[in-house]
Structures are given as C-alpha cells and as structure tokens.
Design a protein around this ligand. Sequence first.
Ligand code: NAD
Length: 480
Amino acid sequence: MVEQKHLINGKWMPSLDGETIDVVSPSDGIVFAKLARGKKGDIDLAVGAARKAVSSGSWAKLTAVDRGRLLSRLGQKVLDNFEELAALEAKDTGKPLMQAKADITAAARYFEYYGGAADKVHGDTIPFMDGYMVSILREPHGVTGHIIPWNYPAQMYGRSLAPALAMGNAVVLKPAEEACMTSIRMSELAMDVGFPEGAINIITGLGEEAGASLSEHPDINFLSFTGSPEVGTIVQTAAAKNHVGCVLELGGKSPQIIFEDADIESALPVVVNAIVQNGGQTCSAGSRLMLQKSVYDKYLELIADKFKELKVGSHEMDLNCGPLISTVQKERVEGFLDRANSDGIKVVAEGTIAKGVPEGGYYVKPTLFADVPRDNSLACDEVFGPVLSAIPFDDESDAVHLANATEYGLVTGVWTRDGARQIRMAKNVKAGQIYVNAYGAGGGIELPFGGVKKSGHGREKGFEALYEFCSTKTIVFKHD
Ligand code: NAD
C-alpha cells in the first residue's frame, strides 16, 4: 500500500514519530493508502525550511518573472498528468470522474493565471509635499500557512498556494486528512518543474494536531484557512495571538432567488446542479431555493421533476452525485434529514441511489424539501449535502430580507428579466458574489471570491488574492 510522506525542504520524509493515517475511498469505504501523521515537530521542520527559503534560500533570489515561469510550468505539468490526477481525485473524494476532471482543469488554471500575474503586481508612487518622493512597495509576508478542506482538494491546492507563491512567499500546507492525495501528487510535480527547496512544504495530518500546530506557529507570517466557521474561529484566534493576518473562507447558505419573470427553463439545470455538484459538499452550494409565491407551485414542480431524475453512484459510475466524504459527513447529513422529518417538513422529491453501488460507500439521496419554515435549521444552517430547501417569498423587499436572514453571506443567485431589479438585488443582498441569471458554484479563477458575516473575510481568486499575500511598505524620500 502507498505510504505518503511529508514534503520538507524539497525532501519527502515520514513523520518524526513514524505514525500514519489511513486514506479511505468514500465510494467503498476501503483503505487504499496511508498518510504521514504530522505533529508539532514536523510542522517546526517545515516552517524552518520555508523560513530559510524566503530569507537566504534560492527562492528568495528568484525574480517575479522566474516565479511566474515556475507556476506556469506547474500548470502545464498538471495538464500533462490530467487523467492520472483526475482518477486520483475521484477515488480520494468519491466525486464523479467528470467533476474530478473539471477540478483538475481548474487546478491547472490557478497556476496558469497566477503564473501570468506574478510579474504584474507592482507598487506605486504617491504625490506628497514639495521636496519628497514616496514609494509604495508590495512585499511578500514571508512564510504563509495554508489549511484547506477535503471537498475540492486539487482546486484548493491551486487556489491557496498559487497566489502566495506568485508574490514570493514560501508556503507550508496542511491539507485535509480526509482527502489530499492530489495535493501530494501536485507537490511532486512542483518539485519536477524545479521549485527550489523549501518554497513548498506539505505536512499531512489531523486538524487538531498538525493544523493547530501550524496555525499557532510563532514563525508564520500569514494564514489562509478554508473550512468550517468553528475551526475558522480557532485559526483566527491563533492568528490574533501571533498578531498576523488571515484570510478565512468559511461556509455558506447561499440562496437561489427566482422571481416570477425568470427564464425558468434556463434556471432549472443551473439551480439543480448548484446543489448536487460534489454531493452538495460545496461552500457555495445553492442550498436555499427562494421562489416567488405567484409561481411557487409551478416552478417547484419543475424542479422536483429534475430532482427525481438524479442518480447517485460511485466515482467510477460517474453519475450526478457521488458518495459523501465520510461516515461522519453521512451521519451529519442524515441528522438534518431526520430532524426535518420529525419537524414535519415535506419531502417533494428524491433522487435514487443506483443499483450496484459498492457496499460500504457513503451514499445519500438528493432531497428536495418544500415549504421550509424560515426559522427552521434547514433554512438557516449549512447541511453540506445534496439537500435543497424551498421557501416562498412575496415580493422584492421580502426576497432581500429573506436572502439576508442567515448568518452567512457567500454567494447569491438572482433570476429575473427585470434589469432594474437585477441591479437593486445585486446591491441589497449581502454576499461576496452575486450571480444574475447564472450561478457558478466554485467557478471562475479570475473572479474575487469570499464571504461576509460568518462566511469569512478576505478574498481569494483573481488579483485580489495577490494583495492578500503581500504587505505594503511606504518609503518616504526627502530630497532638496
Ligand atoms: P474543517 O473546518 O473541519 O476542516 C478544514 C481544515 O481544517 C482541515 O484541513 C482540517 O484538518 C483543519 N482543522 C481541523 N481542526 C483544526 C484545528 N483545531 N486547527 C487547525 N486546523 C484544523 O472543515 P471541513 O469539514 O473539512 O470542510 C467543510 C466546511 O468547510 C464547510 O463548512 C464548508 O462550507 C467549508 N468550506 C468553505 C469553502 C470556502 O471557500 N468558503 C470551501 C470549502 C469548504
């Protein structure tokens, strides 16, 4: 069985204490690899290697052009190994192969995009008093710590690391213990294309061990975390204790707001896909279906018809949904379904689990609930499974009120043909991204992404991410 190691200072090594963690495929529950179980000592070594890389190592000496070239080469290398990476991502996460392929394409795009951007972030000069010149430099933070989740491991690897590396930081990554095989494989590819030792370090392990040690480490200069709001609070507290900044990408309860004048035929496949993509285990899943009362019954029936056609199977069966990531996640989602049932909430449609799915996989049927009370947990809390909750609304002002009524604010979809309403809704709904007559759960490498409220703060993707991974230095020259 494959035993994966940590990457520290350009070398692959087991944990200091030799301990490992089993890697299970969610499609059948069978262990197919082992990960090194990193702890504080392993994190210390990785942070030390990264520190050397940014202070005296060859990484520190590279120009922005050369950093960009390395990132672009890694993007190409990911595409050269596309089929292998997609198959590995599908097996590790359980997601349908088609989804895994889209994820590997996106991972490569992050390296291409930030490879091209590395030499385009520059400082500024500021008009100041007579006899002065002021320069603004953008400098890397130094060593950045990255903690990512299991739902899109390959994409998260590119999304979190590529902008940090583009700006010249050296990175230490703690990927999720549930799924991180492609993060390891892409780091091997990074070594193949010539990233200098210490620029990229990976420590695999448990959140409360390796993750906590990384976020608390006194020699980390900035933290990037994607995951649950609960752990986000722990990471942010650790960052505050060390007086360093952090970007937090947390969960969501994103609404799809469908008005009576919407082009429902265009909306239907997008709205359904936005909740079943990746089995609903997407931070930006469109999990609240807000329908205007005048069309509620009619549109709900159309969406229910689509839900009944959904099929769930193993990653290799490549259907609409794969299994959930783990027994823990399956039990969590089933808990929501059981509570909705005991609250008397009506199921209007379910998908089916395909015949012949492997025993031991973590399969759950996609479920559409109707008339969900606005204060019910299904309407307010993140399920992180293929569960869609339909809620009626009266008019535009009620729609804004309802859209903003959860603790989250990540993404919103607005479906209407009325141009003025499109603009008003986009302005009045509180979220980091608003889609109008479209929805892009997780898509768009170029588009700044992140939340407000409990969905987090700071921005990833696009040029905004580059500004997160540097700090400005103001230099004032006096001349006569
Ligand atoms: P999680 O918070 O449990 O784990 C995320 C990462 O944090 C993992 O690598 C884990 O090992 C690590 N971790 C756990 N405990 C830690 C600790 N005490 N200290 C430091 N690190 C620790 O989240 P999850 O269950 O892996 O992912 C699901 C959640 O992530 C959902 O809430 C989802 O919405 C959110 N998510 C958000 C985005 C986004 O971009 N906003 C993307 C994906 C997932």
